[in-house]
Write a protein that binds this ligand. Sequence first.
Ligand code: FAD
Length: 449
Amino acid sequence: MASERPDVLVLGGGFAGLACAAALAEGGRRVLVLEKKPRLGGRAYSFGDPGVGEVDNGQHLFMACYRATRRFLKTIGTEDRLEIFPDVAVDYAESGGGRDRLDCPSWLPAPWHLAVGLLRLRGVPARDKAALLGFDQALKAMKKGPVPDGVERLTVREWLTGLGISRTFQTRFFDPAAIGILNETPERASAAGFVQALREMFFGGASGSRFALARVGLSELYTDAARAFVEARGGRVISTAKAAGLIAADGRVRGVVTDMGSRFEAEHVVSTLPPWDLKKLDLPAALRGPWEDLSPAPIVGATLKLDRPVMSERFIGLLGTETHWVFNKTRIQGLTGSGQVISVVISGAHAQVGRSPDAILAAMTRDLSACLPDFAKAKVSAAKLVKEPFATLSPVPGAEAKRPEPGSGMPGFSFAGDWTRTGLPATIESACASAFAAASRLTKGSGTK
Ligand SMILES: Cc1cc2nc3c(=O)[nH]c(=O)nc-3n(C[C@H](O)[C@H](O)[C@H](O)COP(=O)(O)OP(=O)(O)OC[C@H]3O[C@@H](n4cnc5c(N)ncnc54)[C@H](O)[C@@H]3O)c2cc1C
């Protein structure tokens, strides 16, 4: 294959690039993946840390309704490395040790299981819960298709307040959900992405709203298996190969040139590069567009090794703190040994990403000590902080219209990646859905062949 011209050249070796390459290879196409970094995995990878052990670049939460992601993992033979929980439940902790729980009966059909879960929340007064009726109607009216422009222009905060959801209800359920899903605060995020995610959870079947987590480090979940799958079908994956521009002639993209001057020609190029990387390439004018204005939102996360267990749950949402989520890696990954390994997440971390690691760890320690009484007694024996300034697409009002359709582009070229307009927030599921959409448009010949 090395000297053979590939049918399709896929740019980027993250979830989207590898899912697209696997789908095309499965369909009999000769695929070449070019990845600029020495490792695969893009924005979802893991690495060994001398102090803490195997560390994800940031904790990733999956859902059972991640259909494209599960299809990809099934194709490459690693779906069993994802643990899907039997119940739909989220525990919350707040300063002073107060607790709450979203507990949705799994025997009820959607959306009733979630409705009952919300009605059971202890920290939200009963009178506030009456607003769920209006919320349910508003969501039902947007059950399918594009989210109306009028809603897209609103922030999550404006949309929820307009539906009569009290600030207490927002703070105790909607805000943590929005920040977790959209990686932006409710004041910054457009309501569109929230609606897209909520309708999957509320109307996509009760089993779809179950959470899932990787039992292994993120890289072990998919990167090596995807590479092996592609290579076993005559494809090739080259890392440390940074695309610098597209080769175009006669109104058609014909290949890619790297920053080292290597030229790779192919019948078609699928780019899964995030917009902030793709726009730096030498591109034909036809591909330039409003998508170049899309901007990223940061996440900061830390993995901490503790001398004792501080939580028994798989994960807990922290209410009213700078830190948003804490995950029990010992339980999730079945780690042995004394003590406990936890991972801590601050999403939409615009304020934190410029701070020193010590300052961020101090803020996390303060929040964990306030919310988890056992943490205050624990000794942190090792900590690894990862800042991801370019974690996800920032889904501010106006962003949705700038996301190109997956599989669109120009003759010889397709856009893909989590940030393309899949009808989902820019998540792993969006990355995989974009990959299958681009691959299928190519296979069916309905794309920009
Ligand atoms: C800390 C963190 C936490 C997250 N949490 C969640 C979560 O809980 N749930 C969830 O669903 N999603 C989460 N996400 C988002 C998720 O990681 C992304 O949506 C997904 O990984 C994007 O995949 P992708 O393939 O579209 O893009 P990427 O992973 O960015 O892949 C693009 C690839 O292109 C490569 N590349 C860039 N430029 C070039 C070039 N010039 N030439 C060649 N290659 C190039 C990059 O190195 C990269 O490998 C999180 C992200 C982060 C960072």
